[in-house]
Design a protein around this ligand. Structure first.
Ligand code: HEC
Length: 146
């Protein structure tokens, strides 16, 4: 009985690998609306965003190897879709000024409250954890937007 249960789980695991998952990546992608294409954007700010926020708030996710494995792939895709819906730095310069101001306020808030980057993400991406200095740089930058 136990063995049959195991086979059932194994078969299910194999079947779910065939469910297509949308991937958030394009070759040689460059958005003309990206916050990084904006000359006043400091390289320092850009570098922090790209390390700590880019995987979920841009059109270019750098995927870990385990992304290929369902249901982990579904979990990551949900985070990415949800993150992008709220904020996409690759569309930043396409946001109207009111939206930029609103998003800047939200960014400051999530940084101050340590809500972003998502905790589970920082376990596997320790480099994404913001230092006090990095937080200060981002908060200062987004306080002066646009
Ligand atoms: C692992 C994916 C991931 C990373 C990395 C990440 N976010 Fe998010 N972010 C999300 C998701 C998912 C949401 C949608 C809200 C939720 O489900 O909590 C979100 C929402 C937000 C929001 C909107 C909050 C609101 O009140 O609606 C802001 C602002 C934000 N993130 C900023 C950032 C910043 C700044 C960074 C980098 C320092 C970052 N995020 C890194 C996934 C991520």
């Amino acid at each position: 009985m136990k063995f049959k249960g195991f086979i059932g789980v194994a078969v299910l695991f194999i079947i779910i690998q065939f469910v297509p998952v949308q991937r958030n990546t394009k070759e040689n992608y460059q958005s003309s609306f990206s916050i990084t294409s904006d000359s006043p954007t400091k390289a320092e700010v850009t570098a922090i965003l790209q390390t700590a926020c880019w995987d979920c708030h841009s059109n270019q996710t750098v995927y870990p190897w385990y992304n290929k494995i369902a249901p982990i792939s579904w979990y990551l895709a949900r985070h990415i879709n949800n993150g992008k819906k709220h904020l996409n730095f690759d569309n930043w310069n396409d946001y109207d000024p009111a939206k930029q101001i609103h998003k800047s306020e939200e960014i400051i808030e999530v940084i101050e409250e340590n809500e972003m980057p998502i905790f589970s993400y920082t376990l596997l991406h320790p480099e994404a954890k913001l230092s006090e200095e990095q937080k200060a740089i981002l908060i200062q930058y987004f306080s002066n937007t646009p």
